[in-house]
Design a protein around this ligand. Structure first.
Ligand SMILES: [Mg+2]
Length: 372
């Protein structure tokens, strides 16, 4: 095979306003300040990746991702894009953590190499396009009456399941939120809840037991991330399955949680694992242990979510799909890629790569850094 190399990388910090603030227990978000990476190959192809550094979860900022991206880009010039594992190892050698910015490069590389092979990304990942994927929609953490109103609106819009943000101490108010939602929307539509680490063991145990009969699929990250011993107790005592989110960034975290029986399932996000390479390892570990997974995101545009859907298609143990972040953005700057269909089914195209790209007119609004 004729060897081609990376000859140019563009880094573009973008900003998209949210339609309304997205509120979780860790605070409110009003704008998605994401970083776009485009990697160009000497054969004329390019790949695009996106990350959404979420300060209160990643400890990364947009400014920081751009600074590291510039440094990393210089080191990738002249390299063979196909050697993704080598490039991931380089990133990990250059800086520990920083999963968000690493995800943008990993995503751009997978887009590029699957394009080079003329394959849609799901096929490159040995995925199955016949898999049916339906997204939830998320209710922000607000006063219970407003949350019930929003839940009803989403139910009327036809979403097959709703995700509800919780996380207040005492947790009695969170139980009242779920009671109010159920009173308004009835019992049939499944809910999934997410406390984003807000409770402690006692509050979580109380809340999860009090919500046992409310048709809740699982609870994400009930207590502080990394508190493995209390998480293990909750897994035993909670009538609602416990899903690890912030506790499991990457495959090493997943291995620890499995060894310690500290969760029933994982929420995989490319922005936590550092991209597809390591997300595959989490899904594989879970599959070997017969555990279910969810895919989720931060405030990525339709481009980042498109890559996530291709990944989703490669794993039959991913049965929960939280793919609603593009619905919260005030504009859609992406051409091609995933689409929402009937009953909020999510589909992708058979275009080579992930099939999504940013509208060049949109990108022109922002400062672009070119490394070549
Ligand atoms: Mg979560």
């Amino acid at each position: 095979m004729h060897k081609t190399t990376i000859h140019k990388i563009e880094i573009i910090p973008i900003e998209i306003a949210l339609t309304e603030p997205f509120v979780i227990s860790k605070g409110a978000l009003t704008h998605a300040r994401n970083t776009v990476v485009k990697i160009y190959n000497t054969d004329g192809t390019y790949g695009t990746g996106e990350c959404c550094p979420y300060r209160s979860i990643h400890g990364e900022t947009q400014t920081g991702t751009v600074a590291f991206a510039r440094e990393l880009a210089k080191n990738l010039l002249g390299e063979d894009p196909r050697e993704i594992r080598k490039h991931i190892a380089l990133m990990d050698k250059m800086i520990v953590g920083n999963a968000s910015v690493k995800c943008a490069f990993d995503m751009a590389l997978y887009d590029l190499v699957s394009k080079m092979d003329g394959l849609p990304l799901y096929a490159y990942l040995l995925g199955d396009k016949s898999k049916k994927i339906y997204t939830d929609n998320t209710v922000s953490l607000l006063e219970k009456e407003i949350m019930a109103e929003k839940a009803l609106k989403f139910k009327e819009m036809g979403f097959p399941v709703l995700k509800v943000k919780l996380g207040e101490r005492p947790a009695k108010k969170d139980v009242e939120r779920i009671q109010a939602i159920r009173k308004t929307i009835g019992k049939d539509l499944p809910l999934r809840i997410d406390a984003n680490q807000a409770w402690n063991y006692a509050e979580a145990k109380y809340a999860l037991q009090a919500m046992a009969d409310f048709n809740i699929e699982h609870c994400e990250e009930p207590i502080q991330a990394g508190n493995i011993s209390d998480q293990r107790r909750l897994v035993v005592e909670s009538p609602i399955p416990v899903m690890a989110d912030e506790t499991v960034f990457n495959h090493k975290d997943a291995a620890l949680v499995i060894r310690e029986s500290a969760a029933d399932s994982f929420n995989i996000k490319l922005g936590k694992s550092g991209g597809i390479t390591n997300a595959m390892k989490i899904a594989g570990l879970a599959q070997a242990c017969d555990m279910y997974c969810q895919v989720g995101s931060f405030s990525e545009s339709r481009l980042g979510i498109t890559a996530l859907v291709h990944f989703d298609m490669a794993w039959d143990n991913i049965i929960f799909h939280d793919l609603d972040s593009p619905l919260m953005l005030s504009e859609d700057p992406v051409i091609g890629g995933m689409e929402y269909g009937k009953d909020w089914q999510v589909t992708v195209t058979d275009d080579p790569g992930h099939g999504a790209d940013f509208d060049p007119v949109f990108l022109q609004k922002f400062e672009m850094m070119t490394i070549k």
